[in-house]
Design a protein around this ligand. Structure first.
Ligand SMILES: Cc1ncc(COP(=O)(O)O)c(C=O)c1O
Length: 386
């Protein structure tokens, strides 16, 4: 029997869940089934047997299977340090530091490099991990309208804090599939003496020469403090690198709490990420295919009258409005054989519930045709309801 205090707390949790249920926002877990239209395995590497082989080889070689501690205690391994040097070379930076997830990388980075006297300019479309890192830092925060560079250009010179000015953006935004014009953004930051942090979660492995990301292809200038490259998406593995200067790496090893106070991943994971990086760097055919599929689907959807926002990438939002409409359309698409989930607030702004289509190089044009037809049928059903 829970004691009185505990049962009161549980009642409050129940009430909070009920609120979500009433708003059509209750989340639940389900196992993906069908043709994947919502995974971040953009290059389709997650099924590649070479990844499995790399892990098996590492397991056969390493005596120690578990990492046994934080990187600063017993958990370090040459495998991680070698991988970090290789990643820095890939990203075109002096150094890189690996975190066990992209969430941990963003929170650790922003909560440590920002000081309460700093002013941070954060795009309103930024991912929760960036938002949480900024919150923890207690820096003064100015959220600028999504991709509104004119707003930023106006706000930067007006902010009169004592500390540094730092702009935080994603290269391709996770929910909208649109892009930060990085050359312009870097020019603005240079003009007003601001530092820039770019989350390349959705562009690492996908954009630029050998998949090195958008900052690399735009030409990294001095204002770029850090780029964040997650490995759980196109790199079909796990964790994330923060890439930047030697000073940044040393600082994070000493101050980033999500690096210091967590058990390192086992060393065989480094072999997995290393192989994934090498496969991704060579995956030009998959990158070309992804562009082709994305262009095709965007064009088909727009021709069929669907709203896909400013998407210009392999992530295509299909904004449906209400939570219920998004849930119904997702269910109809699932029934047609596709794995897709409705994305609802607070992940996206209220009233913009959607399907987030994320393409991968293993899809075929025929898959996309069948999907579009299923979508048109689902829309017709919605119209009948109105
Ligand atoms: C833009 C962005 N940054 C960071 C993350 C977090 O990465 P991870 O899933 O490796 O924690 C995500 C994950 O969806 C993301 O979309």
């Amino acid at each position: 029997m829970p004691d009185v205090g505990q049962s009161q707390t549980l009642r409050r949790l129940e009430a909070d869940l009920e609120t979500l249920r009433a708003q059509g926002q209750l989340r639940h877990l389900s196992n993906p089934a069908g043709i994947q239209l919502s995974s971040n395995d953009y290059l389709g590497l997650s099924l590649d047997p070479r990844l499995k082989n790399a892990i098996v080889r590492a397991l056969e070689k390493d005596q120690r299977i578990a990492s046994t501690g934080s990187r600063l205690l017993s958990g370090n391994s040459e495998r991680w340090e070698q991988l970090e040097s290789e990643f820095a070379h890939f990203a075109g930076t002096e150094a890189a530091l690996y975190f066990p997830s992209g969430y941990a990388a963003n929170v650790g980075l922003l909560s440590s490099i920002l000081k309460p006297t700093d002013t941070v300019f954060s795009d309103s479309g930024n991912h929760a991990s960036l938002i949480d890192g900024i919150r923890l830092s207690r820096a003064r925060k100015i959220v600028f309208p999504h991709l509104d560079l004119a707003y930023l250009e106006d706000a930067l010179p007006r902010s009169d804090g004592h500390g540094e000015k730092i702009v935080v953006v994603e290269s391709v935004f996770s929910m909208d599939g649109d892009r930060t014009p990085l050359r312009e953004m870097m020019a603005i930051c240079e003009r007003y003496g601001a530092g820039l942090v770019v989350d390349e979660a959705h562009t690492t492995g996908v954009e630029g020469l050998h998949g090195r990301g958008m900052v690399n292809s735009a030409g990294r200038t001095g204002c770029v403090l850090a780029t964040v490259h997650t490995c759980g998406k196109a790199l079909a593995s796990m964790g994330a690198f923060v890439a930047g200067s030697h000073t940044l790496r040393d600082f994070l090893i000493n101050y980033a709490r999500t690096f210091i106070f967590t058990t390192a991943l086992p060393p065989y994971c480094a072999a997995h990420v290393r192989e994934a990086l090498s496969l991704a760097a060579k995956a030009d055919a998959e990158r070309d295919r992804l562009i082709e599929l994305s262009r095709y689907l965007r064009q088909r959807l727009r021709a069929s009258g669907f709203e896909t926002g400013r998407s210009d990438s392999h992530i295509i939002p299909l904004v449906l409005g209400t939570n219920d409409a998004a849930l119904r359309v997702a269910a109809a698409i699932n029934a047609a054989g596709f794995a897709i989930r409705a994305i609802r607030p607070p992940t996206v702004p209220p009233g913009t519930a959607r399907l987030r289509l994320s393409l991968n190089a293993r899809l075929s044009i025929a898959d996309l045709d069948v999907f579009t037809e299923a979508l048109v049928a689902a829309r017709a059903n919605e119209a009948v309801r109105e």
